[in-house]
Design a protein. Structure first.
Length: 119
C-alpha cells in the first residue's frame, strides 16, 4: 500500500484554518499528517523551510525518534489533513514495508532540500 493510499483511507481527517498551527516547535509529537488539500508551511523559528502541497507528508520525525517537534507547521490556506497516530504508524511500518520506505524517502528529500548551511 502506498503512502497516499494510506492517507486517503485514514480514519481521521482534520480541517485547519489558514493561519492556524497544526503543531508548534517543542510540542510532543504523537501524530503524522498527510496534506489532502490546502497548503502548510514548515517553519524553524521565524525561518520558512518549506511550503507543502497536497500529497505531501509531515510530522513523521517525532514518531520515528519519539522527540518533541523540531519545527512548526502552519496552514497557509484552509487545509484538510489526514492524521496517523503513533499506534497506527507503528502498525503500518510493521505491516507495510513500502509505507516505511516511502516515509524515509519523504524525510530524506526534505533534508536534501534544506539550505546546506543548516545541515
Amino acid at each position: 500500500m502506498g503512502i497516499r493510499a494510506v492517507f486517503i483511507n485514514a480514519n481521521e481527517q482534520r480541517a485547519v484554518a489558514a493561519g492556524d498551527a497544526v503543531f508548534t516547535e517543542g510540542d510532543a509529537g504523537a501524530e503524522m499528517f498527510g496534506l489532502i488539500s490546502g497548503a502548510v508551511e514548515l517553519r524553524k523559528g521565524s525561518h520558512s523551510l518549506a511550503v507543502l502541497e497536497p500529497g505531501d507528508t509531515f510530522g513523521e520525525l517525532a514518531l520515528v525518534d519519539d522527540s518533541p517537534r523540531s519545527l512548526s507547521a502552519v496552514a497557509t490556506e484552509d487545509s484538510v489533513l489526514a492524521v496517523i497516530n503513533d499506534k497506527a504508524f507503528t502498525y503500518l511500518v510493521h505491516e507495510t514495508p513500502m509505507f516505511a520506505l516511502q516515509v524515509m524517502r519523504s524525510m530524506a528529500q526534505r533534508i536534501r532540500e534544506r539550505d546546506p548551511r543548516e545541515l
